[in-house]
Design a protein around this ligand. Structure first.
Ligand SMILES: Nc1nc2c(ncn2[C@@H]2O[C@H](COP(=O)(O)OP(=O)(O)OP(=O)(O)O)[C@@H](O)[C@H]2O)c(=O)[nH]1
Ligand SMILES: [Mg+2]
Ligand SMILES: [Zn+2]
Length: 351
């Protein structure tokens, strides 16, 4: 990313007050990409655009580590990362495959474009999953339906999204058409940070390119015969837009497991939560209990069985992951206490 001012990478005056807590000599920058051993930042700090992470950052709990979109304080003499400013928002998920490990996706995001295509990739249950995480993080969700040009039925997909929530913003576009994508520009103005989330091949990088008016990200045709992408984008990176905002491109996600999103789930399924409050039993599982208002709504055709199952699945998953993470934190704390005690004893023995 070329050299820029803080305002060009999404700085908001609200962050200013945190700076008073730290030494004046430290420079502010934004994390625009994360590699395994370091971070890329903008604006550059002196000659530094890459920050090498010291060992302390790897032993911290995942959520304390810097991620893309974070505002960080850097020592201009050494280029070392000193502090991560408190975040306005955080998108995270449960790491695929690793028990209890959280993965940070992006920090300080205002609007999330949840990208899905007008084809067999489209899934209401997947949308509900993303929505729960985004709503939980107090980020504005916008559903972007791509590949409008490849179907005669774009309205059908728009209606499906609206059936989840009439107030949800939804835009159907051909991601390769500047005129179409202009409908997203209102969310991309100066000071705004946007994250793109969605499966591989839905057109996230295409949207970055079309909004930029230039090829800044590599894109690649989906595999022949189905609508599955090729996992073209392999790391997360922030890009400045001519509209003034910054946009985060990320690799297509195979699985977005939610955690710490109890309120997000309840907000996304507020219709079911409201029904449930009228069930005869307080602890109704909405299974076969007498006086279950939720089951009655399904029987009356007022609530989709699909939506109810999606709610059950996400509520269970969120609870399981939250508890697993809590157990892991306890284990890590006990372990570091043991390490500290061992170090203390061996230190005492020597002196
Ligand atoms: N016709 C048409 N093609 C599109 C549209 N959006 C994306 N494509 C094509 O779909 C393919 C995949 O697009 P990408 O932008 O690479 O998808 P991605 O979401 O970034 O995929 P990953 O990086 O793998 O996560 C490319 O060949 C794009 O040209 C669209 O709205 N209309
Ligand atoms: Mg991509
Ligand atoms: Zn019930």
């Amino acid at each position: 990313m070329r050299d820029v001012s803080l305002a060009n990478v999404g700085w908001k005056p609200v962050f200013q007050q945190q700076l008073a807590l730290f030494p004046d000599n430290l420079a502010v920058a934004r994390v625009v990409a994360v590699q395994r051993t370091g971070l890329s930042v903008a604006p550059s700090v002196g000659s530094f655009t890459e920050v090498v992470l010291g060992g302390k950052w790897f032993v911290m709990e995942v959520e304390a580590r810097a991620t893309v979109g974070d505002w960080v304080l850097i020592d201009p003499q050494t280029g070392a990362l000193e502090h991560v400013l408190e975040r306005l928002s955080l998108i995270k998920r449960m790491s695929a495959g690793t028990a209890g490990e959280i993965q940070l996706i992006a920090a300080n995001i205002d609007t999330a474009f949840i990208v899905t295509s007008c084809n067999s990739e489209f899934s209401l249950s997947r949308l509900e999953r993303y929505l729960a995480a985004i709503v939980e993080a107090d980020i504005l969700p916008v559903v972007v339906l791509t590949k409008k040009d490849l179907t005669d039925n774009a309205d059908f997909y728009v209606e499906q999204v609206r059936s989840l929530d009439m107030t949800l913003a939804v835009e159907a576009v051909n991601a390769l058409s500047a005129a179409d994508v202009d409908s997203l520009s209102g969310w991309c103005t100066q000071g705004q940070s946007i994250a793109l989330l969605g499966s591989s091949g839905v057109g996230k990088s295409s949207l970055v390119n079309t909004l930029s008016g230039a090829t800044v990200q590599l894109t690649q045709a989906s595999r022949g015969g189905d609508d599955k992408g090729r996992h073209t984008t392999t790391n997360r990176s922030l890009h400045m837009l001519p509209q003034g905002g910054v946009i985060l491109d990320s690799p297509g996600m195979r699985e977005f497991q939610i955690t710490d999103a109890q309120s997000g789930v309840n907000q996304v399924f507020d219709d079911i939560v409201e029904l449930a409050s009228a069930c005869r039993f307080n602890d109704c599982q909405h299974d076969a209990e007498p006086g279950c208002v939720v089951r009655q709504a399904v029987a009356d055709g007022k609530l989709d069985e699909r939506r109810l199952q999606s709610f059950f699945k996400l509520a269970r998953e969120e609870q399981f992951n939250r508890e697993t993470t809590a157990q892991r934190h306890t284990r890590v704390r006990k372990w570091s206490k043991t390490v500290k005690q061992t170090l203390n004893t061996s230190h005492k023995k020597r002196t």
